[in-house]
Structure formats: structure tokens, C-alpha cells
Design a protein around this ligand. Structure first.
Ligand SMILES: [Ca+2]
Length: 311
């Protein structure tokens, strides 16, 4: 599943700067050894306490965290995003086979895409391009439980929690340890808020939190929203009374609403469009790829209609 590069996902959650400061070794240790960390009794208790202090139902939390599906996610951070390892390959989205697939999706879902465009003013081609790059039209929606990913990230609050995995050279350097602690706290706070949002989302929509699949960063749905964004930008596209980002109607409407609310307007030039896309995903290669795919789709439509006209 995660052969797909998720570099841009890290870009989106800009607070993950701990990745950028030599914490690679530490992450490797976390990735490979996390489960044993979770082995002892009461592993989740500090997190349950924090959630209960914020008003979550303690008995409900106890029940939830005692379920066997709850695991400490070892691969909460992909090695591939550590700088210097691998760069994301966006060129693959411009390959003819992918563009054809995107074009087919556009034609097959034309009415829905057109209706969402009418309502939010975001072109069909842009939405299709984002779906292609984000999840390949729902093929890659993550193979983790979003709950486990976010709970795992939230659970590690300080270097003490992961003491034995910290490289000796960092341990010897008080300044680096302070920076590491700051980064871990920041990351934990971010994940904690997203976990709260996920729990609230599931409660309000009568969903089982452990049934929601997510990316290795906890992003969910065809449009890959972080749970907190559902409450800001989420839309009930099919009008069934709930926002389910695993339905195309809701995912497209939510994505278009996000873009509209962050500045998409008719008549933007290319660099202005890029700036809006960057708010969806803070990676310039990502934004450029989306705009280029949208442009190619538009050309394919034009070619198609002129072919029909000449018949
Ligand atoms: Ca809905």
C-alpha cells in the first residue's frame, strides 16, 4: 500500500519538523521496536487520562483501548520521508496510463463533478487531479487504522517514553535532548487534537473509530483530510445527513469546499492556483503536478470534442 510516496503528507503537517533535525535514527528505532514499547500493562493509561480530562467518557475509552484491534503503530513515520533518503516521484502522475485513468474517471463521474463545480466553483479537472495524486481514486486510502496511528503519535510525549531508542550522541547532548523533547511534545499535541477530532467525528456519525482506515499520518478518506479538517471544511455532498469521506460525493464536495474557502476563484492565473493548492498540501511539486494534470485533462477533453465535431 505504501509504495506510494507520502512526502507531501509530511509537508501538510508542517509541525512534523522533528523529522528534519536528525531524528532519523530515533525514528528507525521507533518504527522497528514500537510494539515492544506497548507490551507492558497500562501502556495507554496516560493517553486515556488526557482524553478523559478533555471530557471524553472514561468508561468508553477504557472499552475502546482494551479492544484487540488497538495496537501501537510501529510504522507511524515512513523512513522514506527522512531527508536525503527518497524524493517523491510526481512524474508518475503524468504517465499516459494514469492520465487515461484520470480522464476515464472524469467522464464516468461527469455529472457529479459538474454539479460540485457549479456549487463551489472548483474545476472538475482540478478535483480529479487531486484525487489522482492523493489516493488514485480511492485505491490508496491507507492500510492503517487512523485511530491507532493518531493514538500512537499522541502517546509518545517525551524522550523518557522512548529512552532506550535514543541514539547515544543525542543523549549526550543536552541541547539536542531539549530540542527532541520539544519536537516530541509538539507532535504529540498535534496528534492528540486530531485523535479528539476523530473520536468526535465517529461519535457524531455513529461510526466505530477502529473501523476508519487512514494514512500513516492519520489522514482519511478519498480526499485525505485530517480529522480536524472535517469540522472546518467537510460537506455532506450526497445529503444523507452525514459526512463520509469514503463516499465520492462527500469527498469531492469537501475537497472543493476546502479549496474555495482557502482562496480558489474563477480566473486565477497559474501561480495563484498554485498558491491555493499549496494550502491543501504544502508541497510545491505536489501543487505543480496537480495543476499540470488538470491542464492535460482539459487538453484531452478539447481533443475529444474536436474529434467528435469532425466526424
Ligand atoms: Ca453524506
Amino acid at each position: 500500500m505504501w509504495t506510494k510516496d507520502r512526502y507531501w503528507a509530511v509537508q501538510r503537517i508542517g509541525s512534523v519538523d522533528w523529522l528534519l533535525a536528525g531524528a532519523g535514527f530515533l525514528l528507525v528505532q521507533l518504527l522497528t521496536c514500537g510494539t515492544s514499547l506497548a507490551g507492558g500493562g497500562g501502556f495507554w493509561t496516560p493517553l486515556i487520562e488526557r482524553l478523559a480530562a478533555k471530557g471524553e467518557d472514561r468508561a468508553e475509552l477504557e472499552r475502546l483501548f482494551s479492544r484487540q484491534e488497538v495496537t501501537f503503530e510501529e510504522r507511524i513515520m515512513p523512513l522514506k520521508v527522512v531527508p536525503g533518503k527518497r524524493k517523491p516521484d510526481y512524474s508518475k502522475f503524468l504517465q499516459p496510463a494514469r492520465l487515461q485513468r484520470a480522464y476515464r474517471f472524469l467522464k464516468e463521474n461527469y455529472d457529479l463533478l459538474h454539479e460540485v463545480e457549479r456549487r463551489y466553483g472548483v474545476p472538475k479537472e482540478v478535483k480529479v487531479a487531486i484525487l489522482l495524486v492523493e489516493t488514485d481514486f480511492g485505491r490508496y486510502i491507507g492500510n492503517k487504522r487512523a485511530f491507532n496511528v493518531l493514538a500512537s503519535m499522541a502517546r509518545v510525549t517525551s524522550a523518557r517514553d522512548i529512552d532506550r531508542w535514543i541514539p547515544p550522541e543525542i543523549k549526550r547532548d543536552p541541547a539536542r535532548m531539549r530540542r527532541l523533547n520539544t519536537r516530541l511534545k509538539k507532535k504529540s499535541r498535534w496528534a492528540f487534537k486530531e485523535l479528539q477530532a476523530l473520536l468526535r467525528y465517529c461519535r457524531e456519525n455513529h461510526m466505530d473509530p477502529l473501523a476508519i482506515r487512514g494514512s500513516i499520518f492519520g489522514a482519511i478518506g478519498y480526499c485525505q483530510f485530517m480529522p480536524s479538517n472535517i469540522f472546518i471544511f467537510g460537506q455532506d455532498g450526497d445529503g444523507d445527513g452525514r459526512i463520509d469521506l469514503f463516499t465520492m460525493e462527500d469527498a469531492l464536495a469537501s475537497m472543493a469546499n476546502y479549496l474555495k474557502k482557502t482562496g480558489w476563484r474563477e480566473g486565477l492565473n497559474r501561480s495563484q492556483q498554485e498558491r491555493v493548492i499549496l494550502k491543501y498540501n504544502h508541497s510545491r511539486p505536489y501543487a505543480r503536478t496537480v495543476i499540470e494534470v488538470a491542464k492535460r485533462l482539459k487538453e484531452m477533453e478539447r481533443r475529444d470534442s474536436s474529434d467528435r465535431a469532425s466526424l
